[in-house]
Ligand binder design. Structure first.
Ligand SMILES: NC(=O)c1ccc[n+]([C@@H]2O[C@H](COP(=O)([O-])OP(=O)(O)OC[C@H]3O[C@@H](n4cnc5c(N)ncnc54)[C@H](OP(=O)(O)O)[C@@H]3O)[C@@H](O)[C@H]2O)c1
Length: 307
């Protein structure tokens, strides 16, 4: 049956395609991009990626879809490539697929999704579904979300990796949860990536997780870099201190993101946003210099005075 809504949506996308022709990634920024190496392969990835929890779970409202196309386009044009999602994030994977279809120029992405179900067989179906929704025949990374049934899902992921349908495999946690199980997995399972929470106020990962990842040569993705947006509540009407500006840290977003990616064990951070302006601001952190260890300590101490 003729689906008028779908037709209107596609017409709108065609129009957007003409307006937002994906001309040139290379011309985005002439400054040197901050990249990190994945220890197992030495593949380089941009240190600022993009999360999609809540921000890309938008149902199917056409104006919202159009804005997400522009957000993703802004991210890619600014030099980003790592996109993190999950079947847990409602319509996010479907929206990513639609956005990718509607951005011209075949952008190079590092696709990272997850498997999130207690049942191994259901996990296999979930992964098939993720391939379909993203419109991919290969994922860069698949992770076991929140360590749910990680033993059986890691078997599935290992097989898919051997079949070259997935390049890397990993596991995730967040909010400081399940760290002792995570440490056990990092010590005993053949994972390429680990994902957990680390930010300027939640720095527990500095004690064991980050040094362990470094030792075991496991790449690290950091989630909740802004503590879900809460960090900005403490910086309202406050400007970045002059000593930070002298180190080329010009916004609070850059303060929080560069604090994270300057840790030597961190491979990539995945801030999420539903606003183009915030995406532009966040992507500034992909360029310039990184704070030294002494500056990182000063940043942490200073931020405590704002809490
Ligand atoms: N267990 C897991 O695997 C797990 C758990 C949690 C998260 N994650 C992943 O990590 C990603 C990031 O974590 P998160 O989404 O929880 O939190 P987050 O990235 O720390 O914070 C997102 C919030 O920050 C705001 N924000 C972003 N840029 C901003 C800016 N420049 N200025 C002011 N506000 C800004 C956003 O609001 P606006 O929309 O208004 O910009 C949004 O409300 C997730 O999206 C997801 O992909 C994974």
């Amino acid at each position: 049956m003729f689906n008028r809504r779908k037709f209107l949506l596609l017409s709108l996308f065609t129009l957007v395609n003409q307006i937002l022709s994906f001309s040139s990634f290379a011309s985005a920024d002439s400054r040197k991009k901050i990249t990190k190496f994945i220890p197992n392969t030495a593949e380089a990835v941009p240190a600022i990626g993009m999360g999609t929890w809540l921000t890309f779970d938008i149902g199917h409202h056409s104006d919202e879809v159009l804005s997400r196309i522009q957000i993703l386009k802004t991210f890619l044009e600014a030099g980003g490539s790592v996109i993190d999602s999950s079947p847990m994030y409602g319509s996010a994977e479907k929206i990513i697929g639609i956005c990718l279809q509607n951005i011209q120029g075949n952008p190079k992405i590092f696709s990272a999704s997850k498997v999130w179900t207690p049942l191994q067989e259901h996990g296999k179906q979930q992964i098939e579904n993720s391939f379909r929704l993203w419109g991919l025949d290969r994922f860069s990374l698949l992770q076991v979300h929140n360590l749910v049934n990680y033993k059986e899902h890691l078997q599935t992921l290992t097989k898919l990796k051997s079949e070259k349908k997935i390049k890397y495999i990993g596991v995730t946690t967040s909010h400081g949860n399940k760290h002792s199980l995570l440490i056990d997995i990092m010590n005993n399972e053949p994972i390429d990536f680990v994902q957990f929470t680390y930010n300027i106020t939640h720095d527990e990962a500095e004690h064991i997780l980050l040094p362990l990842a470094n030792r075991k040569k496991i790449a690290v993705i950091i989630n909740r870099p802004f503590d879900g947006g809460n960090l900005f509540r403490h910086t309202k009407n406050k400007t970045v201190p002059d000593w930070a500006k002298q180190a080329n840290i010009n916004t609070w977003s850059e303060f929080f993101l560069k604090f994270i990616i300057s840790h030597p064990a961190v491979t990539c951070v995945i801030p999420a946003t539903s606003k183009i302006k915030h995406m532009q601001e966040n992507m500034q952190s992909l360029y310039g210099t990184l704070p030294s260890q002494s500056l990182r300590l000063r940043m942490k101490e200073y931020f405590k005075t704002l809490l």
